[in-house]
Design a protein around this ligand. Structure first.
Ligand code: BG6
Length: 513
C-alpha cells in the first residue's frame, strides 16, 4: 500500500511535527450499517484516509454488514464509490484497491443468527491468513433501535470476547433518547461487554479544535489563573448550522436539536471548558473530571425549564442565497410537528470554580451560517484611568475558541487608536490553525476509528458520563414534549428566534452567528 508517512517515521517539517502515527495491532473492523449514510459519508472515507497515510495496521481487514443482499464485490464497488465521492482527498486508486481487495460483506437483518455465523467464519478466516488472532472491532453504525439486538447477538454468538485478542464495540450516537433509555442501554451493553471494550462515539471529541481546548487551557500558564468565576463573566457556546435537516426527517423529527447536538456535542464542549486539569492525560482520569462537571451542573426542573430553555422551529427563508422551505414543509415532517430545530439553554455549574457564571448553549439548523465556537467573556476592568471620550469603547476581553470554520483562537484586547488622544477600540490577537500547521487536519472519524482500534477511550463517552449528560437534558426534553406547540419560529437564514434573548441578562445580546 502506498503511504505518505511511514509508521514510526517522524516528518522533517517542524510544522507537521507531532502528527506521526502510533502503531496499531492487526485488526478486523466490522461495520454494521455499512451501506448507510454515515458509513458512506464518513466511516469508509475515514478508513481510506487512514490507509492513505499508512496509519492502519499492516494487517487490517474490513467487513461490511447491512440488510441489503449483495456479494463481496458489489459491496467493494459501493464502498469505493462512496470513498471517491466523500474522501477529503482524491483517492489514489492503488491504495483504494489494496484497501478493498479482501473486503467481505454479510447481508441480512441484525436479528438473524446466520449474519453472526457468517461473520464468525470471515473473522476466523482472516485470523488464519494472518497466522495469528487479530483484534476485532464491531462498529454499530445503524439506527439506534438495532443497537440492543446487535449487542445481544454478538454475545449469543460469543463474538464479544476472544481468548487471544482484544474485542471492542464502537457505538454511534444517539445513546438513548431519554435518561431511562440510556440507562437501560448501558445495562444491556454492559451485560455483554466490559466498559473497557466500549467506545461510545461523540464525533466532536475527534475534532482537533475540540482537543485543542484542553491543550490551550493546560499547556499555557497564561489563561488558567483567570479561568474561574473571579474573572470570567459568562461563557457562550454556539453550534450553528446553515444546513436544514435535508433528508433526515425520519431521524430528526424524533430527535430535535436538544437531543441531536446539546445532549452530546455541546455538553462535551462545556466539559472541556469547565473541567479541572486531570492528573494524567489518561482516559479515565479525563472522563472522571468531565463527569464531575456534569454532576455539578444545576439540573433543570419542570419549574425552571421555561426560564432556562428556549426552543423554536425554522420557517421558510433564504440561506446563502438559496430559498429554503420551512421545517413543517420538509419531506417527511408531519405538518403539526413540535420538534425543535433550535435550542438555547442557560446552565450554571455549582462548584468553586464556576458558581454564578452563566453558560449559554445554543444550536440550530438553517441559521445564517455554520459556526461552532466557545466565547469566553471576561469581567470588565474595575477602573478606567482615562476618560472614554471619543472611544469606540473599552469592552471586556473576549476569548473565542473557534472549532469550525476558520479554526483558531482569537483574543479581543482594548488598544489605543493612534493619534493624540487616548482613544480605545477592540483589536484581535489571532491564532489560525491553517497558518501555524501546514497539514490538513484529519477528519474526526479518522482519529476516533484509530483510537478505538488502539483501545484508547480518552475521546469516547463513558457510561456514567452519558447518563450524567442525560440527567441535564431529560427534564427539558420531557417538559417540552408535554407542552403543546406551536413553537416560536425563526426565519431560515437568520440569527434564530427573538425569544432566545430572554435567557441572557438584561441588555445582553448573543454573539452574531
Ligand atoms: C451530528 C448531528 O451529530 O452532528 C447532525 O446528528 C449535525 O445533525 C452534525 O449536522 C454536525 O457535525 P459537524 O461535524 O458538521 O459540526
Amino acid at each position: 500500500m502506498a503511504t505518505d508517512v511511514k509508521l514510526g517515521e517522524t516528518p522533517d517539517n517542524p510544522l507537521i511535527e507531532g502528527l506521526e502515527r502510533l502503531p496499531v495491532h492487526g485488526t478486523t473492523l466490522v461495520i454494521f450499517g455499512a451501506t448507510g449514510d454515515l458509513a458512506r459519508r464518513k466511516l469508509l472515507p475515514a478508513i481510506y484516509n487512514l490507509a492513505h497515510e499508512g496509519a492502519l495496521p499492516e494487517r487490517f481487514n474490513l467487513v461490511g454488514s447491512s440488510r441489503s443482499e449483495m456479494d463481496h464485490e458489489e459491496f467493494a464497488a459501493q464502498a469505493a464509490e462512496a470513498i471517491r465521492q466523500f474522501s477529503r482527498r482524491e483517492p489514489d486508486e492503488t491504495v483504494l484497491k489494496g484497501l478493498l481487495a479482501s473486503v467481505r460483506y454479510v447481508g441480512g437483518t441484525f436479528d438473524e443468527d446466520s449474519v453472526y455465523e457468517q461473520l464468525s467464519t470471515h473473522l476466523d478466516a482472516y485470523d488464519e491468513t494472518a497466522g495469528q488472532p487479530l483484534n476485532r472491532a464491531f462498529y454499530l453504525s445503524t439506527a439506534p433501535e438495532f443497537f440492543p439486538v446487535i449487542i445481544g447477538q454478538l454475545g449469543k454468538h460469543k463474538l464479544n470476547r476472544h481468548e487471544h485478542a482484544e474485542v471492542r464495540a464502537i457505538i454511534e450516537k444517539p445513546f438513548g433518547t431519554t435518561l431511562a433509555e440510556a440507562k437501560a442501554l448501558n445495562r444491556h451493553v454492559l451485560s455483554v461487554f466490559k466498559e473497557r471494550q466500549l467506545f461510545r462515539i461523540d464525533h466532536y471529541l475527534g475534532k482537533e479544535t475540540v482537543q485543542n481546548v484542553m491543550a490551550f487551557r493546560f499547556a499555557n500558564g497564561l489563561f488558567e489563573p483567570v479561568w474561574n468565576r473571579n474573572y470570567i463573566d459568562r461563557v457562550e457556546i454556539t453550534a450553528a448550522e446553515d444546513l436544514s435537516i435535508g433528508t433526515r426527517a425520519g431521524y430528526y423529527d424524533h430527535a430535535g436539536a436538544l437531543r441531536d447536538l446539546v445532549q452530546n456535542h455541546m455538553l462535551q464542549l462545556l466539559c472541556n471548558v469547565a473541567m479541572e486539569p486531570p492528573v494524567h492525560f489518561e482516559a479515565d482520569e479525563i472522563r472522571d473530571e468531565k463527569v464531575k462537571v456534569l454532576r455539578s451542573v444545576i439540573k433543570p426542573t419542570e419549574a425552571t425549564v421555561d426560564d432556562i430553555a428556549v426552543r423554536a422551529q425554522y420557517t421558510a427563508g433564504t440561506v446563502g442565497g438559496e430559498d429554503v422551505r420551512g421545517y413543517l414543509e420538509e419531506d417527511g415532517v408531519p405538518s403539526d410537528s413540535n420538534t425543535e430545530t433550535y435550542a438555547a439553554i442557560r446552565l450554571e455549574i455549582d462548584n468553586w470554580r464556576w458558581a454564578g457564571v452563566p453558560f449559554y448553549l445554543r444550536t440550530g439548523k438553517s441559521l445564517a451560517r455554520k459556526v461552532t465556537e466557545i466565547a469566553i467573556t471576561l469581567k470588565p476592568v474595575p477602573h478606567l484611568a482615562f476618560a472614554q471620550d471619543g472611544s469606540v469603547g473599552v469592552r471586556p476581553n473576549q476569548l473565542i475558541l473557534t472549532m469550525q470554520p476558520n479554526e483558531g483562537v482569537s483574543l479581543s484586547l482594548g488598544a489605543k487608536i493612534p493619534g493624540t488622544r487616548m482613544r480605545i477600540r477592540p483589536v484581535n490577537m489571532e491564532f489560525l490553525y491553517g497558518t501555524s500547521f501546514m497539514s490538513q487536519s484529519p477528519e474526526a472519524y479518522e482519529r476516533l476509528i484509530l483510537d478505538a482500534m488502539r483501545g484508547d477511550a480518552t475521546l469516547f463517552t463513558r457510561n456514567d458520563e452519558v447518563e450524567a449528560q442525560w440527567e441535564i437534558c431529560d427534564p427539558i426534553v420531557s417538559k417540552w414534549e408535554a407542552t403543546p406547540g406551536p413553537l416560536p419560529t425563526y426565519e431560515a437564514g437568520t440569527q434564530g428566534p427573538a425569544e432566545a434573548s430572554k435567557l441572557l441578562e438584561d441588555g445582553a445580546e448573543w454573539r452574531a452567528i
